[in-house]
Write a protein that binds this ligand. Sequence first.
Ligand code: COA
Length: 259
Amino acid sequence: MTHILSHTEAGVLTLTFNRVARKNSITGAMYDTLATALEKAADDNAVRTVLIQGDPTIFSAGNDIADFMAAAAAPAQQTEADSPAIRFLRVIAAFPKPLVASVCGPAVGIGTTLLFHCDLVYAGDNAAFSLPFVNLGLVPEAASSMLVPQMFGYHRAAEALLLGEPFMAEAALEVGLVNRVVPPMECNGIAQSQARKLAAKPLTALVETKRLLKLSQQAAVQERIGVEGKSFATAMRSPAAKEAFTAFMEKRKPDFSNV
Ligand code: COA
């Protein structure tokens, strides 16, 4: 079964997380599929806007934890550049056409950080965003250590990234992470209709406007993705991460008293 559904209509490429039984957690293969789809969409005249969506009950539980464990066990000399997640992040952060997201239910880790690289974000009133990197012995990714304080202000960013507790759609609306909060069953449809509005506009003007909007931070974002990627690769092999991943698999609370 394909875990990323892809469909183009009316100038909108819709990419749908389709791994609901695993809460749409994202594997290396899924990152590669997403990155390749975006790379192709950037050059495809039939695609003018991209919509990323999940299910009305779950956007994404973030990185697949079993994949994290496998990556942590891989040879240490593998660099962040080898990681499919980093490839996806570099591609989405540089994607030139408008990106719309529809988020319902939990959006964990990269399920939240990828939204910082989308242009319009619509959320169901059941959306629960979280950045639980510290709780997993990890560090921020997707340039979120730069973009979250920029958007939320430092103290709210520190709360989100150090405590890692979920915050709901209304709070996300207040800090500017989402454009509108809507009923979950309507969210994908509303996001689709906004994406189609964008797709009907002159593409050259859209692309140039997005380039100008991002001009002052594009290079810094790519640089931060690299810096965070190196810290992340180290953190993934730490005793704290090992304990957090093992605890998740064993369905118990992690014990960080020795790390
Ligand atoms: N990686 C791998 N498997 C995952 C997963 C993940 N990130 N998230 C959920 N799953 C699996 C669960 O292990 C469970 O498998 P099982 O049916 O074999 O027991 C199944 O998906 C359902 O998840 P469950 O936790 O029972 O669903 P829930 O509705 O109670 O909670 C979440 C949903 C998203 C809140 C919860 O699954 C969660 O917190 N997941 C981990 C998120 C995380 O830490 N991601 C990494 C971010 S960097």
